[in-house]
Design a protein around this ligand. Structure first.
Ligand code: PEP
Ligand code: MG
Length: 325
């Protein structure tokens, strides 16, 4: 990257023709909040809450969680902070919680499945802390690993129950903006129905690639298949964006793919409204958004979507973006 490309851009950015693309940061600890702000993040697009539960012997209580969420909101007083509810199981076990030995943990009790089942109490505590923090800024909450509509309906019903309980206790709260992560083929096919029920969708390409390609995100032997540039993954993304917009939701992306500066134009062309990534790539992605013309990007992305192989997609992308050849 040239020096010009790594200049910090603190304002929100628009494409050459004036559409705003939010460029937010993923964080996995409180220590990452300031660096995200310093990198020019337009808020937090994915606050992974697993760290609050790691390296300790019991789960954090409601007040401890509340403090953590308020700290994130006060780092970004003018921006949206999207907190993801606890996403454990699969690659994210927690020792003091009863995590079963599963033959296929990635296909087992993880993400929202645990929050609606084994970890219902933890989910309630987390939602109480989140709704209380909702009064302190522009908070949004999203649910991981949803694969069908009833899971979302149950999660939304829990939010309502927690709100009623807070009312009864006379505690101040505000229901945050709500969203769903799109990480499973089931959620891609149901994206319009999911979108009708929430404010936004956020595509988690790490898991989505794993489940669309039927390839472990952790297995070196098959790492080549874990690539979002395989046509079925790109088509799943495109489908999610259209269905999400049809359902009235905005659509973001918070998987690794969102932070690849070589793919910014493609992602703008696919219609994403927000991209969330590690702080380190924010300046370059913001600068690339500013260089992009949405109509050109859309036309190029249509050609990429027609491609039937990753080889062809790579060729199209390098022809489009690699000026030095
Ligand atoms: C994803 O799956 O793309 C995602 C952002 O969530 P995580 O990497 O935490 O599973
Ligand atoms: Mg995930």
């Amino acid at each position: 990257a040239t020096e010009e490309e790594s200049e910090i851009i603190t304002d929100h950015v628009t494409t050459q023709d004036g559409s705003e693309i939010e460029v937010a940061s993923n964080v996995g600890t409180l220590a990452e909040l300031d660096p995200a702000d310093e990198a020019g993040a337009d808020g937090i697009g994915l606050f992974r809450t697993e760290f609050l539960f790691l390296d300790r012997e019991s789960p954090p209580d409601e007040d401890e969680q509340y403090e953590a969420y308020v700290e994130a909101l006060s780092t970004f007083p003018d921006e949206r902070v999207i907190v993801r509810t606890l996403d454990i199981g699969g690659d994210k076990p927690i020792p003091y919680l009863d995590t079963p030995n599963e033959d296929n943990p990635f296909l087992g009790e993880r993400g929202i499945r645990r929050s609606l089942g084994t970890d219902a109490d933890l989910f309630e505590t987390q939602l109480r802390a989140l709704l209380r923090a909702g009064t302190e800024g522009n908070l949004a909450v999203m649910f991981p690993l949803v694969s069908h509509v009833e899971e979302l309906d149950s999660a939304l019903a829990r939010v309502e129950q927690v709100a009623e309980a807070l009312d009864e206790d006379g505690i101040d709260y505000e229901i945050p903006e709500l969203g769903v992560m799109i990480e499973t083929p089931g959620s891609v096919f149901m994206a319009a129905s999911l979108a009708e029920r929430v404010d936004f969708l956020s595509i988690g390409t790490n898991d989505l690639t794993q489940y669309v390609m039927a390839v472990s995100r952790e297995n070196e032997q098959v790492a080549d298949l874990h690539d979002p540039l395989h046509p079925p993954v790109l088509r799943a993304i495109r489908r999610t964006v259209s269905a999400g917009h049809d359902g009235g939701a905005w659509v973001g992306m918070c998987g690794e793919m969102a932070g690849d500066p070589d793919l910014t134009e493609l992602l703008v062309g696919l219609g994403l409204d927000e991209l969330s990534m590690s702080a380190v790539t924010i300046p370059e992605v913001k600068s690339n958004v500013e260089k992009t013309d949405s109509e050109d990007a859309r036309e190029r992305s249509e050609r990429v979507l027609e491609a039937e192989t990753r080889t062809e997609i790579r060729r199209l992308l390098s022809g489009d973006t690699n000026e030095s050849g």
